[in-house]
Design a protein around this ligand. Structure first.
Ligand code: SF4
Length: 372
C-alpha cells in the first residue's frame, strides 16, 4: 500500500534549530604507549619483496585493478596489513569501499547488518571501520570497551544527516503510541530515541515483528515506500534520502534495456519507485550479491554505489557489468593512505556518550536478536 504520510523538518513549527546531528566525537589524543615488539616502520617503496608478498592479493583484484596501478597501491596495502597484525586490529569494510580496501586489507566485508553482527563478535582490541561514521558508531555501541577508529571523521551520510533525536521526539508527540523503526543509517542520538533498528536486508521483517497496525519508519522515504509496498502495516515516513541512490532514474534503466534487451538489472531499495519498477530484482547490497552469485547473469546493471560492482566483478569476472556510476562521496573519503595513518596514530577515535549508548545499543541489539 502507499505510505500513509511523509514528514520532514518543515512540518514541525516547534522544531528546535541547530540540533546536533550526532554524538560522534573525534578524540584527538596522543598515541598510547604500547608494550611488545616495535611497530613495523612502513616503507612505501615498490620492491621485489613487496611484489612477492602482495602477489596473492593482486590475484583477488586483477580483473578490476590494472597491473600498471598495482605498484602504486601494493606498498601501502602491505604496510597496512603488517601494522594491523602488530596492533592486533581488525578492519571492517562496507561493500561500497574500493576493491583495494575491500579485497586487500579488510578482514570482514559486508553490508550494514553483516558489519553490525560481525562487530559484536570481534576479539581484537582495535576496530578500524572503513565506511561512514554511523557504521563506526554502531561498532562502538556493540563494542563499548574497544577502540573504534574511522580513518576520516568527515565520512558522513545524507540519510543520517537528515534527522535528529529531537525530530524523533516530535514524531512521537504527533503519533502517540506508534512504534518507531530507524534504518541503521542514523546517528546514535537517533537510535537512542527509537524502538528498533533495521537495515535494507531486514526492514520488512522488523516492521512486521512489532505487531502494530502503523509504524513510523525513518529516515529514508524511498526505503519506506518500498517497505510499504511489501506489507499491510501502515507506514509513516520521514523525508530523508540517500544522495547516491536518489539520482538514478527509471529512464536511465530503460535506456540500458533498449541497448540490450537481455541485460539484467538489480536495484537497491533506497532508489526511487520508478527505478525499482524497472528492475528485475530489488534487494539490499547483501541480497544483490547473493542474487548475482546464484543467477550468474551474462550482463548486469547494479543500481547502487558503483564500487560494489567492482567488488562483485573481482569475485565473478564472467559477469559483465554495465555501470551507471554514482559514487558515494562519503564512502570515498576512506583511502589506503588514511587507513594507514589511522593505524599509525590510532585516530580518529569514535566515542559515544555512555548514557546515550545504552539506549541506542538496545535498538541495535533488538534488531540483531530478531529470529529469522
Ligand atoms: S551511499 Fe547513501 S546511504 Fe550509503 S553512506 Fe552514502 S549517502 Fe549514506
Amino acid at each position: 500500500m502507499p505510505i500513509s504520510g511523509i514528514y520532514g523538518p518543515d512540518d514541525f513549527a516547534n522544531r528546535p534549530q541547530g540540533q546536533p546531528q550526532s554524538q560522534v566525537t573525534a578524540t584527538p589524543r596522543a598515541t598510547p604507549a604500547r608494550t611488545g615488539p616495535p611497530l613495523p616502520t612502513p616503507s612505501l617503496a615498490w620492491t621485489p619483496e613487496i611484489a612477492r608478498a602482495t602477489a596473492p592479493l593482486y590475484e583477488r583484484v586483477k580483473h578490476v585493478i590494472p597491473p600498471i596501478e598495482w605498484p602504486l597501491l601494493a606498498p601501502t596495502i602491505h604496510a597496512i596489513n603488517e601494522l594491523k597484525r602488530a596492533r592486533g586490529a581488525v578492519i571492517l569494510a562496507h561493500n561500497y569501499q574500493s576493491p583495494e580496501i575491500f579485497h586487500c586489507v579488510a578482514d570482514i566485508g559486508g553490508d550494514s547488518l553483516q558489519l553490525a553482527v560481525e562487530a559484536s563478535k570481534v576479539k581484537a582490541g582495535i576496530i578500524v571501520q572503513c565506511g561512514v561514521h554511523f557504521m563506526a558508531e554502531t561498532s562502538k555501541l556493540l563494542n563499548p570497551d574497544k577502540t573504534v577508529l574511522i580513518p576520516d571523521m568527515r565520512a558522513g551520510c545524507s540519510l543520517a544527516a537528515s534527522i535528529t533525536g529531537a525530530d524523533v521526539r516530535l514524531l512521537r508527540e504527533r503519533f502517540p503510541g506508534v512504534p518507531v523503526v530507524a534504518y541503521v543509517n542514523t546517528s546514535a542520538e537517533v537510535k537512542a530515541e527509537v524502538d528498533i533498528c533495521c537495515t535494507s536486508s531486514n526492514a520488512v521483517q522488523v516492521v512486521e515483528s512489532l505487531g502494530a497496525r502503523s509504524v513510523i519508519f525513518l529516515p529514508d522515504r524511498y526505503l519506506a515506500t518500498y517497505v510499504a509496498s511489501q506489507t499491510d502495516v501502515k507506514i509513516i515516513a520521514w523525508k530523508g534520502a540517500c544522495e547516491v541512490h536518489e539520482r538514478f532514474t527509471g529512464q536511465e534503466l530503460r535506456a540500458f534495456r533498449e541497448a540490450d534487451p537481455s541485460v539484467q538489472i538489480i536495484a537497491h531499495p533506497e532508489c526511487p519507485p520508478d527505478v525499482l519498477a524497472e528492475a528485475d530484482f530489488t534487494g539490499s547490497t547483501a541480497h544483490m550479491i547473493s542474487w548475482v552469485r546464484e543467477k550468474r547473469p551474462r550482463r548486469l546493471v547494479m543500481i547502487t554505489e558503483c564500487s560494489m560492482a567492482d567488488n562483485v566483478r573481482a569475485e565473478l569476472p564472467d559477469v559483465e557489468m554495465l555501470r551507471p556510476c554514482n559514487l558515494c562521496p562519503h564512502m570515498k573519503r576512506i583511502t589506503l593512505a588514511n587507513i594507514l595513518e589511522s593505524l599509525l596514530t590510532l585516530r580518529e577515535e569514535v566515542t559515544v556518550d555512555p548514557a546515550l549508548a545504552v539506549r541506542a545499543r538496545r535498538s541495535v541489539e533488538r534488531m540483531i536478536n530478531l529470529k529469522n
